[in-house]
Design a protein around this ligand. Sequence first.
Ligand SMILES: Nc1ncnc2c1ncn2[C@@H]1O[C@H](COP(=O)(O)OP(=O)(O)O)[C@@H](O)[C@H]1O
Ligand SMILES: [Mg+2]
Length: 242
Amino acid sequence: MLPRIDEFAFQSGRVLANKYEVLERLGKGWEGEVYRIEEIATGIERAAKFFYPHRNLGDRTMKFHARKLSRLSSCPILIRYVTHDQIVFRGHKVKFLVSELFEGEQLVVFLRRQPKKRLTIFEAMHLLHALAGGLEQIHEFGEYHGDLHHGNIMVQRSGITFDVKLVDLYRWHGTANENIREDVFDMIRVFYDMIGGAKVYKSHPAEVKWICAGLKRSLIAKRFRTAGDLRFHLEHMEWDSM
Ligand SMILES: Nc1ncnc2c1ncn2[C@@H]1O[C@H](COP(=O)(O)OP(=O)(O)O)[C@@H](O)[C@H]1O
Ligand SMILES: [Mg+2]
């Protein structure tokens, strides 16, 4: 038995699979590590996710991500899947997925830079709208994201609104509808956190509270069955208190 790999820690400048040069590490998580890489033959920068072998038994994790990204390739909120490859690292075969690089930042990092570490209600509603419209297309396939939180949402300001990309997907048990409802709940929780969380919730206008529904799952599920319902609501809601 080879010792298990808990970290790759590739240095910048290292060449992998004779094709890619490592530029920097973008993230380290439960399944593996993500790097900004350059495809040497073309000079194109991409993102590559390297899976820890014990999190990718039978290549199941790699296949799950690649297939799901491919099936949902018409959804612009997901990053484009490009290809997969393999390296040998400390005797282990290590699979990695190469995808489009998104030049945004994690929502958690973006929020930290904001005054009082939060967004104004209108900014947050714009971001929520971009998120809901993007997820709506995934939900229309009967699919779901499964792991929506401020570390997996990448954002970049674009005029008055936001370009949003989702990274990482997760496969849960349960029906598609249950998981779609969970996506909607997670998205609303992200909105709730973006505007200051529990500390300031009381002071928000009624329109915001109607959307957040005090983060009560059953109430949210009744109001918005899918991301599309939420997107529609944001486009047609009436303002009484503001
Ligand atoms: N295509 C990409 N473009 C730019 N950054 C990315 C991309 N994919 C992942 N990242 C960055 O790497 C981090 C970790 O990637 P993620 O897929 O969430 O893996 P994990 O959470 O399992 O480590 C992300 O939070 C994001 O900051
Ligand atoms: Mg992640």
